[in-house]
Design a protein around this ligand. Sequence first.
Ligand SMILES: Nc1nc2c(ncn2[C@@H]2O[C@H](COP(=O)(O)OP(=O)(O)OP(=O)(O)O)[C@@H](O)[C@H]2O)c(=O)[nH]1
Ligand SMILES: [Mg+2]
Length: 314
Amino acid sequence: MFETTRWGVLKTAPERPIGLDSIQDQVKQKLLRFGLTFNIMIVGSSGLGKSTMMNTLFKSKVNRWMASDTSQEPIIPPTVEIKTISHVIEEKNIRLKLSITDTPGFGDHVNNVKCWEPIIKYINDQYQHYLSEERRIERKPRIPDTRIHCVIYFIAPTGHSLRAIDVECLKRLVKVVNVIPVIAKADSLTLEERQAFKNRIRNDFERNGISKLYPMLHKGLEEDEFQKNKAIKNQLPFAVVGSDQFMSIKGTPVLARKTRWGTIEVENPSHNEFPQFRDMLLRTHLHDLIDTTAEVYYEHYRRNQLQLVQDGDS
Ligand SMILES: Nc1nc2c(ncn2[C@@H]2O[C@H](COP(=O)(O)OP(=O)(O)OP(=O)(O)O)[C@@H](O)[C@H]2O)c(=O)[nH]1
Ligand SMILES: [Mg+2]
């Protein structure tokens, strides 16, 4: 495009680019230098396969070369305390430090009142830790990030509706963190049951005001992002199957579960929705989950804390 001025004919953008595309390279350089930190937490009732899912996520990404020696696999004991395991994944020179925090299942006790409290406390403690670091006079150039970027919430495959304990827990979690719900042990449902259960759960979310599940549909999104997120929302909760055992399928070791009716391959999209779920979590929405944590949930926490301090001073 040309523009005639007092000084002659001037070329205007985009013919005279200023090289904005180099920003992409700069961002990549920064990623190469510092790497990314991504923290996931797995929450839900006891015995739904949370610890297995932690191993599934790691094994499907980290140590595939462990191949099919499954005979030595120990049986996973019930989780009794909040515990974090980290691995560094390296792909095309970009380092991702993936941490997964496993939590004890709740709902075992006669009295389940406030069973979500240790989980909410853990999430807030990480925000507090970050805030304290940020407020130091001598700050670290890069504050170690232990903030939880996403909670994977496990729902029992009852086929009925959302349990009261899940409603109570989810209502509180969505106020402080990104939450992605999944239906656990989806191999126990037929395809029709799975779809009917999903519809029922989505109705339960709506009826109970649990609308802030991830991904959010807000006005700041581009049209195509909005449509993609809408499609994901319509697929929630992902119906997943977990396994930390490799089995040989046509000579290739794959994560799978053997049932009486055959072998369910964890990473086969026609067998369950783990592949779509993992794709969203670790590929298409990873950065957005990190940004949303910083810009929405941590920001909310930070503001409240600083307000409390200010109110205390006045
Ligand atoms: N059918 C089926 N069983 C599963 C699946 N995932 C895990 N399991 C089994 O469920 C049992 C409990 O698994 P865990 O991973 O220990 O469950 P958890 O939720 O961590 O249990 P707690 O720590 O006690 O809350 C184990 O026998 C697993 O092999 C699944 O997707 N389908
Ligand atoms: Mg466990």
